[in-house]
Design a protein around this ligand. Sequence first.
Ligand code: PEP
Ligand code: MN
Length: 289
Amino acid sequence: VLTGNERYELAVRRSPDAETIVEVGGLRIGGDRLVLMAGPCAVESEEQLFATARAVREAGGHVLRGGAFKPRTSPYSFQGLGLDGLRLLAAAGREVGLPVVTEVMSPGDVDLVAEHADILQIGARNMQNFPLLDEVGRSRRPVLLKRGLCSTIEEWLLAAEYVLLGGNASVILCERGIRTFETATRNTLDLNAVALARRLSHLPVIADPSHGTGHRELVAPLSLASVAAGAQGLILEVHPQPASARCDGDQSLDCAQFAALAAQLAPLAVAVGRPLHDAVPAALAGVAP
Ligand code: PEP
Ligand code: MN
């Protein structure tokens, strides 16, 4: 099991030092630096997003996240601001000088989302949406590929293979928790998968302890554990007022909690040989053309 499976020949790691670095502006994702992506689950308003963006930048975050197209279990839940959300996200990224990541749910939206975002997120529910994987494979934007809720590690790497085969070499793998018999937490963050994906693939691997646990109090311990297990980045939900968030408030850190976690991560990151990435140069602000 610990040798590469030739069924995903583009995603497979061929040697211990074969590591892909995904470059986004001045940021290098992968290798031996830790990257922090943070922001609200959903873009809700200019005020909410810009407050979060400033806090993420001040605390040392490297990428601003924020959902504009939200895959919600219930059709009655807030579905995101759509194009208005994309525009706000791009503006907030420019304002604070951070690249932005957001989810694209439909193949027909890839070009539109790519105009506004530096990184395209494929959500867990779409990990095996093959037309969508083909379409982001044709995009020039890096892809953050979340693992499906009930997908095996091999299925996840084969999903990455679709994007690579489509011609897009910039794929970041994201473990975001899987569905198990456990109901005390929203999902079970699979740190086996983090350690194993690092061995099996040359692609950068990050973890999402927000969706992986579903509980704010568990985000810090599982962030530390993810980094110890080999994660080269974290994606974290942060909201200025989690209690009033329109999406995923229970698992969102407030701005002070995010700053405290970033400070707590710094010495661990050094100890495991993967110190925090340098601050993103503000000069590179804005979605790259
Ligand atoms: C999200 O990032 O807010 C999200 C919906 O993630 P996932 O697809 O992992 O559930
Ligand atoms: Mn969310």
